[in-house]
Design a protein around this ligand. Structure first.
Ligand code: NOJ
Length: 753
């Protein structure tokens, strides 16, 4: 990934702040491999206490937020305190609140056998009380620096609420939109995923991991979880190791390279081996090849789930397989506590293996400064002061605005005038409960801005605004469509906010059809029949397959789940106070049945290049082109690309060439453009993707202004993973594009010597 970083640093147009962050030397590091204090502790601990250091449990002090795991029977607080005093847990997760955390920490450091501090973790996926756009939406900004800033703000709030370790970022590359967890990551592209993975880790961990407002990051889920077959959660990932290395591992490497000191093993199996028990993955690749120095935590009860997988015979066997594979901490099952001591005594697990895992855990606690300051991030004053700060709320609005993608704007229907007569329709338009979106584990519903509130704020007291729900998210409402149609008829323009509810994506929310739910589609059809112009604001945790009145609406915006400031951000875009600038991090297919559907698919022997579809790689019903491709996004101005040139036709040795193009603002408003660099290896020893993203550059242009955007291309950018796991480029011809999306532009040719 360092190749990417150095190349990015050379990009003309890359912001100075982004460059200075890349140069920041302050990445988190663990201390020396053998630290005297840690070694003394390991020597003094009983086997039971060692098992406890390798076990984490759900925090009973969790008082708000939706359930995020199945069948959770939290232990009572009294039991938890007893267990802590006996040294039988390393930490707790998904609790909240400083007072309870301080009390539990007091028990650990005053009564625990070796005074080892606890660590408090939580699923902080896109903010804490101030909710930012879902990670997929934020990836649509194509702006990793924005993600660093929101992760930093989330870290400030999470640490103020007593959390020291976040189970984030999710860096799984997701190429099948049926999978519900697409929403948690950066989309379908590996290069973009690397930029966002690194940025989010930097944001969470800050410049100094011991700081009160820094939290330990946990890039997850290691590995291949985004490739679950059929998009069904928890399913097998049936991928070759070359694909694992080419597509799925690089974002983890990017996260580790900037100092992430923990990772979570994934639920899925690859080639028949569940990740929790996968020695090749957790030890050979993660520790051996990637040089990861941190700890591995299992996913929730995933060690026990190896029994259901048919990979472990029983609890003890699951512990043997998980610990020997390199899974240091068992989350929630309690299996390590139950069986590890006896397994060591009977010789099935070596004491050395246990000590290695304990050492990793203690070193990470030390890197967080917990030994010197067990009450770090457990500060009542900060809890009162550092949550919902005005700067965080402003950032939530900025991030939400930058996450919106304008898919279509026929006849320049958008932006609308704030004095227009508008019918604002959809199940969520006045529903604060849906605003935080999926995987908002600790939401503050009360402070969320609904679309209605946002529109009213923008339109002022004289607003001519009709409001109607029309239907529920997945069910009709009695008389709902009739009321919505009446509202539409009383207005000049319809703004329809439809799509998925927050509950329809996220963990275990795989869908067979990635369509607008039928009652909402029926609402859209009825509204379109009124003949009023219709703006569609989609809400979604994945790419959708659009049809009928939704697909045919003159203006369509992808708005994902925008978080606390949803309504304000929607109004900013709809009324033109801000222009859309997002780009799709996932391809919108023509139909659900095309999934998995992603832009950088390999070339087939029968690509459908011309008009004749006969005997070509295609479906009967739809074209092979995306409805809206990866990288697509319009603005209220228009961009024209011309004159792509290369500084030299041949790239030799370790040199570099510059690829540049002229971008002109041919519109009437200021343009924020995201120029994209793509490459294609024309002939190689393995079939290659039709295009692969290798760089992005943001530029702002006034009407009539033009600028040359330049990218530096090196041999490393043209490399791919070979069957022997080595990554190198093969000499030959390449196509190179500087383009506004993954399907646009005319390539220039270069030769790699
Ligand atoms: C299961 C999820 O897969 C994981 O992402 C999450 O961190 C844990 N549950 C803990 O809540």
């Amino acid at each position: 990934m360092t190749g990417h970083v150095s190349r990015r640093m050379l990009l003309k147009g890359a912001s100075l702040s982004a460059i200075s962050i890349m140069l920041s030397p302050a990445f988190a590091r663990v201390g020396p491999v053998r630290d005297a204090r840690i070694e003394r502790l390991i020597a003094a601990m009983t086997l039971e206490e060692k098992a406890g250091q390798l076990s984490i449990f759900s925090d009973p002090s969790r008082v708000d937020g939706p359930p995020v795991n199945p069948g959770l029977v939290a232990q009572s607080m009294a039991t938890v305190q007893r267990e802590i005093a006996a040294g039988r847990m390393t930490g707790l997760y998904n609790g909240i609140g400083v007072a309870a955390g301080r009390e539990l920490q007091r028990v650990a450091v005053e009564q625990g056998p070796h005074r080892i501090p606890l660590i408090f973790a939580g699923d902080v996926i896109h903010g804490m009380k101030t909710t930012f756009p879902v990670p997929l939406g934020e990836a649509a900004s194509f702006d990793p620096e924005l993600a660093r800033r929101t992760a930093r703000a989330a870290a400030v709030e999470a640490s103020a609420k007593g959390i020291q370790w976040v189970f984030a970022p999710m860096v799984d590359v997701a190429r099948d939109q049926r999978w519900g967890r697409v929403v948690e990551g950066a989309g379908e592209d590996t290069w973009l995923g690397c930029q966002f993975a690194a940025a989010r880790v930097r944001g969470f961990q800050g410049d100094d991991l011991t700081a009160e407002d820094s939290v330990l990051a946990c890039p997850k889920h290691f590995a291949g979880y985004g490739a679950v077959m059929g998009g069904m959660d928890y399913n097998t990932a049936d991928i070759p190791e070359t694909t694992l290395r080419e597509t799925h591992l690089p974002p983890f490497k990017a996260a580790f390279d900037v100092g992430a000191l923990s990772t979570m093993a994934s639920f899925n199996d690859i080639a028949g081996v569940p990740s929790t028990g996968n020695h090749h993955l957790l030890t050979d690749i993660l520790r051996g090849e990637m040089g990861f120095a941190g700890l591995v935590v299992s996913d929730y009860t995933a060690d026990a789930e190896m029994i259901a997988h048919g990979f472990a015979a029983d609890g003890p066997d699951a512990v043997v397989k998980a610990l020997n594979a390199g899974c240091d901490i068992s989350m929630q099952s309690g299996l390590y506590n139950a069986h590890l001591p006896a397994l060591v005594r009977s010789g099935r697990i070596a004491m050395k293996t246990v000590d290695t895992a304990v050492r990793r855990v203690l070193r990470v606690k030390q890197a967080l400064g917990l030994f010197d300051n067990p009450y770090r991030s457990l500060d009542l004053a900060r809890e009162a002061r550092d949550v919902r700060l005005p700067a965080a709320i402003a950032l939530a609005r900025e991030a939400a605005v930058k996450s919106v993608v304008l898919l279509k704007n026929d006849g320049d229907l958008l932006p609308l005038s704030t004095t227009a007569k508008i019918a604002l329709i959809g199940p969520c338009v006045s529903d604060k409960g849906d605003m935080p979106g999926p995987w908002a584990s600790f939401p503050d519903f009360a402070s969320c801005v609904t679309p209605e509130a946002g529109f009213r704020a923008a339109m002022g007291p004289t607003a001519r605004l009709e409001i109607a729900r029309g239907c529920d998210y997945e069910a009709p409402l009695a008389g709902g469509i009739a009321r919505a149609v009446a509202a539409a008829k009383a207005a000049d323009v319809i703004v329809l906010v439809i799509g998925e509810s927050a509950r329809m994506s996220g963990e275990a929310q795989a869908r067979v059809e990635i369509t607008i739910p039928a009652p909402q589609q029926a609402l859209a059809e009825a509204l379109a029949a009124t003949g009023r112009p219709m703006v569609v604001l989609l809400r979604h945790g994945r790419a959708l397959a659009l049809s009928g009145a939704v697909r045919n609406a003159p203006a369509i915006l992808a708005t994902w789940f925008l978080g606390s400031e949803t309504g304000h951000a929607m109004a900013d875009i709809v009324f033109g106070a801000a222009a859309p600038q997002g780009r799709l991090p996932v391809s919108f297919p023509q139909a659900s049945g095309q999934e998995p559907f992603f832009y950088d698919h390999r070339t087939t022997g029968r690509p459908q290049l011309g008009a004749d579809p006969a005997w070509k790689a295609r479906y009967r019903e739809v074209t092979t082109e995306a409805l809206y491709p990866f990288g697509h996004g319009l603005s209220y101005a228009t961009a024209r690309y011309s004159g792509t040139t290369v500084s030299a036709p041949i790239l030799a040795g370790d040199g570099a060439i510059t690829v540049s193009a002229l971008v002109s603002n041919t519109g009437k408003r200021r343009l924020h453009e995201v120029a994209q660099l793509y490459v294609h290896d024309k002939v190689a020893s393995l079939t290659q993707p039709v295009r692969v993203l290798k760089g992005i550059s943001h530029l702002d242009l006034d009407p009539g202004q033009r600028a040359r955007v330049a990218f530096t291309l090196t041999r490393a950018d043209l490399a791919f993973v070979h069957p022997d796991a080595r990554r190198f480029a093969e000499p030959g011809a390449f196509d190179v594009w500087v383009a506004p999306s993954s399907v646009a532009g005319i390539p220039v040719s270069i030769v790699l010597d």
